[in-house]
Structures are given as C-alpha cells and as structure tokens.
Design a protein around this ligand. Structure first.
Ligand code: BG6
Length: 497
C-alpha cells in the first residue's frame, strides 16, 4: 500500500512568475512581461501603444471580461511610474537557481517543475537562430537538478507567448504560432537531451476560455479566435507528441489541465445539469488531448454559435493519432454551482466556470476566496481516471497566504494543514481506488509572484523569498515551517502526515 518507490515528490514553478532576468541573456519579451501588478481588488493590466503615440492599459487577464486591446494597439512596455511589471525580477531564480535547487534537494525533492521562457530561446518566437545564451542557462539549471538526482519536468508554455507573436499574429489564433511552437519544442528536445525526459506542452490549456491573452497570446479574442487558438494548441501538442515518439522515444509528453471538482449546491436536477456542463467545459480539453477527438457536446456548441474549426487536411487525423502520453493537472480546490443564487461573485479559484458559482458552506477559504477541500484530490483523480484510464500526475496543488515573516521564518500551520489534507486525499485515491499516480508537485514551492494578481503577497512557498510586491528586498531565502513538514512527509514516502 501507499505510494510507489518511483513516486515523484517535489514542487512546481513557472518562468514568468519565478525566473526574472528578463533583460539578461539576450532574452526577448513575452506576453507576461507587459502585464502590470495587481491585487485581489485591482486587475492586472496589459500596457500598449498605438502608432499615433497613444498609450494605455487594458485588463486582459484572469478575472476580467475584457477580450480585446483597442484597435491598432500593440502590447508593449511603457516607461511610466504608474506601471510596475512583476515578471521582470520575479523571485530572481535567474540568479538564485543553485541555491533554490539545493534547498529543494535538502527538502527531499526528487522532482522539480519549471517552464522554459520560449522568448529566452527565440526572442521573437520564430527567429532563424536560437539564442545560445538561453540554452546555456536552462542546461545549467537542469544539470544542477541532475546533480541532486532531481527529475526536471518542463512545461514548454506556461502563460507567456513571445510578445512578437502576440502582436503580429494574435498568438495561437494563427497556425504560424503553432508551427513556431513545434520548432521551439524540437530545439528543447535536442538541446536538453539526456537532461529532461518529461515535458508538458501547454499549462492549463483549458484556461484559454477564461484568459485567452494569458494562455494563448490573444490580443483579440472573440469566440472564433478562442476556438482557433485552442485548435492550434491541440495541433501543436499532437505534432510535438508525434515528433517525440518518432525521434525522441525516451521522452514522455503530458497535457496539463486546470481541474477542480464541481459540485451542485442542491439536488435540483437543474443544478446537477449545471455541474455536469461546467465540468464538460473543462474536460473538453482533455477529451481532445487524451482521446484525440472533439466531443459531440462541443461540436454541437460550435454549430449553435456558428464557429468553424480552422482544420486543414490531415489535422484532425494528427490530433486523433497523437494524444498525450499522460494527463497532468492542477487542483487547488473545488467549486459549487447553482441556479438558485444570483450571487455568482461569491465563489472563486481557478479551473472552473465562474458563472453560477457560489461559496461552499462546508469549506473555509483563504483571503483570495479559494476553498480548501479535503476530498478534492481523491475526487479529481477518480473522475479523470474513470474517463481516460491513463497515467495521472498532480503537478500543482497549494495554498496562497499572506504569510507573516518573523524570526527568520514563517509559522505556516495553515499551509501544513492544507497539504496534510490534500496528500491524504491523494493517498486514499491510490490506496483505496487503485489510481496510477506518477507524482505530486506542490505549487510555488519557493515564493513567487501570483499569476492572477501579480503580487508577491499571495505566497505559496515552503521557502520564503524576501521581496515585496514591488520587487524590493534582499531576495534572501528562508525555510518556513512547512518546509520541514514536507521534508518529513517525503522522507516517509507520504506515510508521515
Ligand atoms: C495555476 C497556474 O493556475 O495556479 C499558476 O498554473 C498559478 O501559474 C497558480 O500561479 C496559482 O494561481 P495564482 O493566481 O494564485 O498565482
């Protein structure tokens, strides 16, 4: 009983929130680098300019209904004291990677998830030549991991499309971006051969509906553009899987889904249907990426809305023949939906449809409204396994908190409670339900800028980073109480909770 000996224990990060060094090593900008900071009450903005010289900002981010930059505007950096861009320094992993990897190794990690900043390898996304300095940086990171026996898991695209591809091609709306992605993937497979064996194609691919700019680089996102972009990401993922199977057979390529169970608030059949429909909005993405088909419920929806897939000859066949090798997912909590409450603002968190969402009366939430659900992972794992019968990998789970730093540490018993409940729930899925689970990666193991809010104050880490919302601080690292707790948990292979 319990987790296998090969179980992957560790943490997860993303370049745009963690790496920094945006102006170093000849990197190009990404869509994340022109996103301002924000908070729970203030939306992040994308800054832009027009040829006329007019400048401004638009909230093309999570939580905003805005889907377009003004006509003629291109996203760019603005030298203006009103705007602060948190990705530029983030947690300064760029200069702290050796220290961070050592601290994670001491914590017992045998796995660490990173994303590669595509524009660090190809500054415009589709340049002729690769930026060798970018390759050197990531090689050095992965070598450092290997030194400690840590398996790197690499997300090829985590919420940052090269800015030039967003400005010129409307990101993944265009087939050109999908083709450029595959070339970038090939470059990674060749350059990091022997160092990286597990890749994920697109982080939280289903979040394209909630945040098309963040997820797929769309500066104009009508429903047809979103359908195009999703299609081009599916296609790019299948092309990548095909290439890996044919030329790099040692690699495993996973998809990545933002998932949270959706509960109906009442036994009213209307609520039950709503919960099912809400789940299908998410599972559509894994239906395509794991089963290789566009499900009927989605094709019907497209038909009703007059949406046409931009498929060329042979595309659907590639998607059908090359699903991903495993399904990885993020899971932070669950969601509740009902037709009996107009107050759809009450429930929050990622992965679910916001419409009709309400707070779960049985669960407590953090300051950002995210609910801790002690059965969350067990329910998630069962749903996904029932549907796909494939290997599963939890690559994000965690809790953001306004930590208080005192005496060189943080006494984060709330984080330990969250992890204990979630790991127990996951263990039950393995022990009682027989789910094949590859591993568990805690999100944001080292404090980093939050994606939704663009602030440092929403900390997830087991390792504290001395930096504030404006990148001020020493950036020194400190172990929190949860660091020791997780170390003991990993040492006992999840027995000691
Ligand atoms: C996931 C993303 O949605 O949730 C991460 O993959 C993100 O990038 C994480 O950081 C937590 O969300 P947030 O908004 O609290 O940072």
């Amino acid at each position: 009983m319990g987790f296998s000996r090969e179980f992957l224990w560790g943490g997860a990060t993303a370049a745009n929130q963690y790496e920094g060094g945006v102006f170093e090593g000849n990197a190009g900008l990404s869509t994340a680098d022109v996103m301002t900071n924000g908070s729970h009450t203030v939306r992040r903005q994308v800054t832009w300019k027009k040829e006329t010289g007019e400048t401004g900002s638009t909230p093309l981010c999570f939580g905003s209904e805005e889907r377009h930059l003004p006509e003629g505007a291109v996203p760019c950096l603005l030298e203006d004291d009103r705007y602060y861009y948190p990705s530029h320094r983030a947690s300064d992993f760029y200069h702290h990677y050796k220290e961070d990897i050592r601290l994670c190794a001491e914590e017992g990690f045998n796995c660490l998830r990173f994303s590669i900043k595509w524009s660090r390898l190809f500054p415009n996304g589709d340049d002729e030549a690769v930026n060798e300095e970018g390759i050197r940086f990531y090689r050095s990171v992965f070598e450092e991991c290997r030194k400690y026996g840590i398996e790197p898991v690499v997300t090829l695209l985590h919420y940052e499309t090269p800015l030039a591809l967003a400005a010129k091609y409307n990101g993944f709306d265009s087939r050109h971006t999908a083709q450029a992605f595959v070339r970038y993937a090939r470059t990674c497979f060749e350059a990091f051969q022997g160092l990286v064996k597990i890749y994920l194609t697109f982080n939280e691919i289903n979040c394209i509906d909630a945040a098309p700019y963040v997820t797929a680089g769309l500066i104009h996102a009508d429903p047809q553009n979103i359908a195009n972009a999703a299609f081009h990401q599916f296609l790019a993922s299948s092309w990548t899987v095909k290439m890996a199977h044919e030329e790099f057979p040692e690699l495993k390529i996973g998809m990545m889904l933002a998932y949270g169970p959706v509960y109906a608030l009442t036994p009213d059949p209307q609520d039950q249907l709503l919960a099912q429909q809400s789940l299908n909005r998410t599972l559509f993405y894994s239906d395509v990426q794991m089963r290789g088909i566009y499900p009927d419920y989605k094709l019907k929806e497209y038909e009703r809305e007059g949406i046409v897939l931009p498929a060329q000859d042979g595309d659907l066949d590639v998607i059908r023949r090359y699903p991903c090798d495993f399904l990885s997912f993020s899971c932070y909590g669950s969601h509740v939906v009902t037709v009996h409450d107009e107050n759809s603002e009450a429930g929050e968190g990622n992965g679910g449809a916001k419409a009709h969402m309400v707070r779960n009366p049985y669960l407590s939430t953090n300051a950002w409204g995210w609910a801790t659900d002690p059965q969350c992972l067990r329910i998630t794992l069962n749903t996904l396994y029932d549907r796909y019968h494939c290997d599963l990998f939890c690559v994000e789970n965690g809790i953001g908190w306004n930590d208080v730093f005192e005496d060189g540490t943080v006494h984060d018993s709330y984080r330990i409670d969250y992890m204990r409940a979630n790991i127990r729930s996951m263990r039950d899925a393995v022990d009682y339900d027989g789910i094949p689970l590859m591993g568990y990666l805690y999100w944001g193991c080292v404090d980093m800028v939050s994606n939704g809010e663009g602030e440092m104050a929403k900390r997830y880490g087991q390792i504290y980073v001395d930096a504030d919302n404006y990148g001020k601080g020493s950036f020194a690292r400190f172990r929190k109480d949860s660091w020791s707790w997780y170390r003991d948990c990993i040492a006992s292979n999840g027995e000691n909770l």
